[in-house]
Design a protein around this ligand. Structure first.
Ligand code: 6PG
Length: 476
């Protein structure tokens, strides 16, 4: 056996990851259920490094040095289980099975447990950066045992993106920690994209700019605090003209946003953990709403008039307000995502270091952004941070942007342009900083109709009022 690592599942992500590994001087065994994909890889890219191709799973496993490290790059869910089931009987104690797909972290928990009982390591590995990242340097979030990382870490760190000489790859924690963090990464990706989409909508529908002009605005924004892959990519997409119609490309794409599940899982898990990830939730629901085409058509028929917004008296000022609102909302979305990572880590005892996550998200991944450096610094200054929002840099950004944020949300409401992510992020900010929340009334109502009890501001203990009787209060 001469390969130091193996990879099965040679669709575009798997193929690019395999090429990346080979290009970094590691001998890699490759396999695909349909052999043609494996031979095509060797034919086209075989000279990029040392590949060992096998047609059968048995030969593939036999071509890898022990303890073996085998990366699975197939669709999440059932297909992943099928490959694991086929592989396991061929493996020896101490071998490492790596799932590089977007698995649900509870599947990873289950698989890790099952393989551990067989003396095997199971590593749930989050890989971000799309096709391009897989080939030229992704951000890699690795779960699993220390022993497994000891063997895999050097290979993965060599193929990951790098920022300031630091690889964008880390051992996040045991079992499902890596896939959990990747899930939240994707949730933040949803929020980021929704905020960008709302900004575009406002610049077009309220400020009256054309897509190419908006592309220019995004290019300018990309020179400041907002500098990020998604802002840069938005400019590229908005500049693109459809070859068939000559129209802006964004006008020929159907306005129905799809999703494969990671954003939804983030929200489902946040509900279980009780973490208000309002930006991510609104972003996910906005995608759902876009998909309800029948309801949308029915609503357009009945409510056919667009509300008349007040005309803008200063377009440049509005554009700058949108930039500030976008930044403040983005800070909220990331703060919420990091809260969820902390809560998930506590729940499962993973010991995730949030600063390390900010560090490995600075390059390679879809949400890579200049301001992750600020998040990294915030955690370096204060590892047990209560919320990112109150750290000096972000508190300042949100405070400075607050007036613009309110003006943008108010203008959007007036113009009938939906901005669920902007609005909910602002509501979250206002909710957090409010001296008194109307939650007091909710507690009183709960006690009234269900004797659910309440706490008092002036005394310790749990109380109930005899609402149906003499209105006396009893301590319970
Ligand atoms: C990444 C991306 C990648 C993909 C997601 C989102 O980090 O490289 O997040 O994993 O874009 O699967 O997909 P959906 O938008 O289809 O849910």
């Amino acid at each position: 056996a001469r390969a130091t690592i193996g990879l099965t599942g040679l669709a575009v992500m798997g193929r690019n990851l395999a090429r990346n590994i080979a290009r970094h001087g590691h001998t890699i065994a490759v396999h695909n259920r349909t052999t043609a994909k494996m031979t095509a890889l060797l034919d086209e890219f075989g000279d990029e490094g040392d590949f060992v191709g096998s047609e059968s799973l048995e030969d593939f496993v036999a071509s890898i040095q022990q303890p073996r490290a085998i990366v699975i790059m197939v669709k999440a869910g059932e297909p992943t289980d099928a490959v694991i089931d086929a592989l396991v009987p061929l493996l020896d104690e101490g071998d490492i099975v790596v799932d590089g797909g977007n698995a649900h972290f509870t599947d990873t928990l289950r698989r890790e447990q099952a393989l551990k009982e067989k003396g095997l390591h199971f590593v749930g590995m989050g890989v971000s950066g799309g096709e391009e990242g897989a080939l030229n340097g992704p951000s890699i979030m690795v779960g699993g045992s220390d022993d497994a990382y000891e063997k895999l870490g050097p290979i993965l760190e060599s193929i990951a993106a790098e920022v300031d000489g630091t690889p964008c790859c880390a051992h996040v924690g045991p079992d499902a920690a890596g896939h959990f963090v990747k899930m939240v990464h994707n949730g933040i990706e949803y929020a980021d994209m929704q905020l960008i989409a709302e900004s575009y909508d406002l610049l077009r529908s309220v400020a009256g700019l054309e897509p190419a002009e908006i592309a220019q605005v995004f290019r300018e924004w990309n020179d400041g605090d907002l500098e990020s892959f998604l802002i840069e990519t938005t400019a590229v997409v908005l500049d693109h003209t459809d070859a068939i119609t000559g129209k802006p490309f964004v006008d020929v794409v159907k306005d129905v946003a799809e999703q494969k599940g990671t954003g939804r899982w983030t929200v489902q898990n946040a509900l279980d953990l009780g973490v208000p990830v309002t930006g991510i939730a609104e972003a996910t629901f906005a995608r759902s709403l876009s998909g309800h085409t029948e309801q949308r058509a029915a609503a357009r028929k009945v409510f056919d008039t667009e509300p008349e917004g007040a005309p803008l008296d200063d377009r440049d000022a509005f554009v700058d307000d949108v930039r500030a609102a976008l930044y403040a909302s983005k800070v909220v979305a990331y703060a919420q995502g990091f809260d969820q990572i902390a809560a998930g880590s506590d729940e499962h005892g993973w010991g995730v270091d949030p600063g390390a996550m900010a560090t490995i998200w600075r390059g390679g991944c879809i949400i890579r952004a200049q301001f992750l450096d600020r998040i990294k610094e915030a955690y370096a200054d204060e590892p047990d941070l209560t919320t990112l929002l109150t750290t000096p840099y972000f508190a300042n950004a949100v405070t400075e942007g607050a007036d613009a944020w309110r003006r943008v949300v108010a203008t959007a409401v007036g113009a009938g342009v939906p901005t669920p992510a902007f609005s909910s992020s602002l509501a979250y900010f206002d909710g957090l900083r409010r001296e008194h929340l109307p939650a007091a009334l909710i507690q009183a109502l709960r006690d009234n109709f269900g004797a659910h009890t309440y706490a008092r501001v002036d005394r310790d203990g749990t109380f109930h009022t005899a609402w149906a009787g003499d209105l006396s209060e009893v301590e319970s």
